[in-house]
Design a protein around this ligand. Structure first.
Ligand code: PLP
Length: 366
């Protein structure tokens, strides 16, 4: 299969990820729940992953909270910062993983910056609304639909300037662009383990710069007499048994990224996205591209998006069509009624994938 849906999840994972998960199932019991070898081994696996993540994202190991996906981390962050009725500023490119929790909480949502690939528009609109006063901000680092890399460093600096707590959704940037909790100064940064970090599905990370409100309460293997959740990280946000095989696989993914290099992976994905854009434009499709583009490209074919994705799928080429769980992004770009076809490259982006696409379009259209 030619897999071009890395925006959804990375696939295939590096072989060491499968091996680490297999080993964990055979050698690990419950971390932090006993002093015998198999429990200690589980604790070691979990701590090694925390350390690897802390190294990659420039924070302390205890600031790394394991979650079951990016949505889980975003919910913890949002429920900590946002009270019902609070004014929350978001970008025009947010995923439902941000907008739905805000809706559930009854937040008053304000959208800033709806022009694709336009840093000036994003930043000026963002600042105007921050100056008017909001209670919190939540914004994505990269649009999952269009691959627009938002100016998060500048947006973070504006939030700090106006004293507004904020959350960054790094679902489409972790493992592909530098992300530093220290430099960004975000209250929370949420990310999946299963996309750019190359871990398995069911893993995620929430980087915490403040104590979160417990989203779930339960056993942590610590302070068992205390009926409140512990007042320290990561225990406060990690109730119940952790996904040790998943975390072990995630650690192998993080090691793979460290070896390949985040900058190299990002550059590779962006290079092949550029090749892909040329190919799509040659085919006469409307392509959404611009400066500040990641390895993700959306386009509008002459025919129905789902139909084209289905035809490519029959040829063994995996792309995604539709609204990609981000109706707000499509509203911003004017593609709400049609959706788009999305091609998203991964760490293994190659000419083989570009050639397969070229041949695929030729077979469908010529
Ligand atoms: N945020 C963005 C920008 C995403 O692209 C996604 C997933 O596609 C999510 C959040 C949710 O990630 P997860 O499926 O790991 O919860």
């Amino acid at each position: 299969m030619i897999y071009l849906d890395n925006g959804a999840t990375s696939f295939c994972k590096p072989p060491e990820v499968y091996r680490a998960m297999y080993r964990a199932i055979y050698t690990c019991a419950n971390p932090g729940r006993g002093g015998y070898a198999a429990a200690m081994e589980a604790g070691k696996v979990v701590f090694q992953c925390r350390e690897a993540a802390a190294g990659l994202f420039d924070c302390q190991p205890e600031q790394v909270v394991f979650t079951s996906n990016c949505t889980h981390g975003l919910n913890i962050g949002i429920h900590t910062l946002v009270r019902p009725g609070a004014k929350v500023l978001i970008s025009g490119f947010e995923h439902n993983a941000v907008t739905r929790p805000l809706k559930l909480l009854g937040a008053e949502v304000q959208v800033a910056g709806r022009r694709l690939f336009d840093w000036e528009d994003t930043l000026s609109d963002f600042e105007v609304q921050l100056r008017r006063g909001v209670d919190a901000a939540v914004f994505t680092h990269v649009s999952n639909v269009f691959g627009y890399i938002l100016p998060v460093e500048e947006m973070a600096a504006l939030c700090r300037k106006y004293g507004v707590p904020f959350i960054i959704d790094a679902a489409q940037s972790a493992g592909m662009l530098p992300v530093s909790l220290k430099k960004l100064g975000a209250d929370f940064i949420a990310m999946p383990g299963h996309k750019g970090l190359l871990g398995p599905q069911g893993t995620g990370i929430l980087l915490c710069n403040r104590l979160p409100k417990p989203w779930m309460a339960g056993g942590t293997g610590s302070e068992s007499m205390n009926q409140e959740m512990p007042e320290y990280l990561p225990d406060r946000a990690e109730a119940g048994t952790l996904n040790v095989p998943g975390i072990s696989g995630l650690e192998a993914g993080l090691r793979h990224i460290k070896r390949q290099g985040v900058d190299e992976i990002g550059q590779r994905e962006r290079y092949f996205a550029g090749q892909c854009i040329r190919l799509l434009e040659d085919r006469g499709f409307k392509v959404f591209s611009g400066e500040h583009q990641s390895g993700t490209v959306s386009f509008l074919p002459q025919e129905d998006c789902e139909e084209l994705a289905h035809k490519l799928g029959r040829l063994g080429i995996a792309v995604r069509a539709g609204l990609h769980c981000a109706p707000l992004a499509h509203e911003s770009a004017g593609t709400k009624d049609t959706g788009t076809v999305r091609i998203s490259f991964g760490h293994d982006a190659s000419y083989r994938q570009i050639m397969a696409l070229k041949q695929g379009f030729a077979r469908i259209m010529d």
